[in-house]
Design a protein around this ligand. Structure first.
Ligand SMILES: [Zn+2]
Length: 62
C-alpha cells in the first residue's frame, strides 16, 4: 500500500521499507526515485510534487 505525504514544506521523513523493514531517511520532496539501501525496492517514488512512499512513514523530522 502506498501512502501519500502531503506537506506544505520540504521535510525529511523516516521511512520503513515494507519488504525488509530497513529504516531510511528520505526527503519528502525528492525528485528522483529512492531505493531501499538493503533490498533495492523502490522506496520513494516522485510524482512531480508530492511523493509516494512505498512503505511506512515512521517519523517526520522537524
Ligand atoms: Zn528494503
Amino acid at each position: 500500500m502506498r501512502e501519500t505525504i502531503d506537506m506544505p514544506k520540504s521535510k525529511f521523513v523516516r521511512v520503513i521499507c515494507k519488504k525488509c523493514k530497513n529504516e531510511q531517511t528520505v526527503f519528502n520532496k525528492a525528485s528522483t526515485l529512492v531505493k531501499c539501501l538493503k533490498c533495492d525496492v523502490d522506496l520513494v517514488i516522485p510524482t512531480g510534487g508530492e511523493v509516494f512512499v512505498n512503505g511506512k512513514v515512521a517519523q517526520v523530522l522537524q
